[in-house]
Design a protein around this ligand. Structure first.
Ligand code: PXP
Length: 264
């Protein structure tokens, strides 16, 4: 009998942007996103994610500096592939960066990067960040041509945009949800076969995080808005613990199905 590949554990990255949104609503320093980052790290987060936007609507430059200096958890910095952000990243040197598309007028990151048309703009940014020892991922839709374009840029990881799937699930559009789900399953397997590490995120809640944890190629979820919203009702630490438990249930279901073991 052939040797089974162990199913990797799934990491939980917590996006703390909306703690900063709340702080900025009143000015001043509270709630402090760095305190939130340390709290979620203590409650089971594997990474902290923070998006330094061009307009600094939530996370600010000094937050990035403090996240790196004061928090006991690796930072995954999200940013647009601009000259300004690349300069900041090369000075700050977070361990990981996720390149995302950014439009000033959007409320949140609405779609994935178009890696095909943006190849020439992305290539020097990816190379500069990689040369600095930063692990680069690209936030993209699950379409195969985008994944192939990511492979041409030789990035070690992609993050699949789960927003359309989550919206379809929440709005009860079953056929759309199934179509989006199939695309994510296919995209994750395709990227993994190309040697790319697969992350996923956007719009996830307990139920969708549990379900997506059943996809064996996905090794990291990045989740923010839902957890900060849940924190209003159950506290931030408890919302993180419930999310971790949901993801573990998903992984356990996968393992039961595969008759396999979680890699230690
Ligand atoms: N991953 C990326 C690349 C994102 O841009 C965002 C939103 O900032 C998230 C994950 C988290 O999305 P949500 O806040 O909807 O959980």
């Amino acid at each position: 009998m052939g040797k089974l590949n162990p199913i990797p554990k799934i990491r939980l990255g917590i996006n703390i942007d909306h703690v900063a949104t709340l702080r900025n609503a009143r000015g001043g320093t509270r709630p402090d996103p760095i305190r939130a980052a340390q709290l979620v790290a203590d409650c089971g987060a594997d990474n902290i994610t923070a998006h330094l936007r061009e307009d600094r609507r939530h996370i600010r430059d000094d937050d990035i500096a403090r996240l790196l200096a004061e928090v006991d958890c690796p930072l995954n910095m999200e940013m647009a592939a601009t000259d300004e952000m690349t300069d900041i990243a090369l000075k700050a040197r977070p361990p990981a960066i996720c390149l995302v598309p950014e439009r000033r007028e959007e409320r949140t990151t609405e779609g994935g990067l178009d890696v095909i048309s943006q190849h020439n703009a992305l290539a020097p940014v990816v190379a500069a960040l990689a040369d600095a020892g930063i692990e680069v991922s690209l936030f993209i839709g699950a379409e195969r041509p985008q994944i192939e374009a990511a492979a041409r840029l030789a990035v070690p990881a992609i993050e699949i945009h789960t927003g359309s799937w989550c919206d379809a699930v929440i709005e009860g559009r079953a056929a759309d949800a199934e179509k989006e789900w199939r695309a994510i399953v296919d995209g994750a397997a395709f990227a993994h076969a190309l040697g790319i590490e697969v992350h996923a995120g956007h719009g996830l809640n307990y139920a969708t995080a549990e379900k997506i944890s059943t996809i064996p190629e996905i090794v990291e979820l990045n989740i923010g808005h839902f957890l900060v919203g849940e924190a209003v009702f159950v506290g931030l630490g408890e919302s993180v613990r419930r999310m971790r438990a949901a993801m573990d249930r998903g992984r356990a279901a996968l393992i039961a199905r595969a008759g396999d073991r979680i890699a230690s």
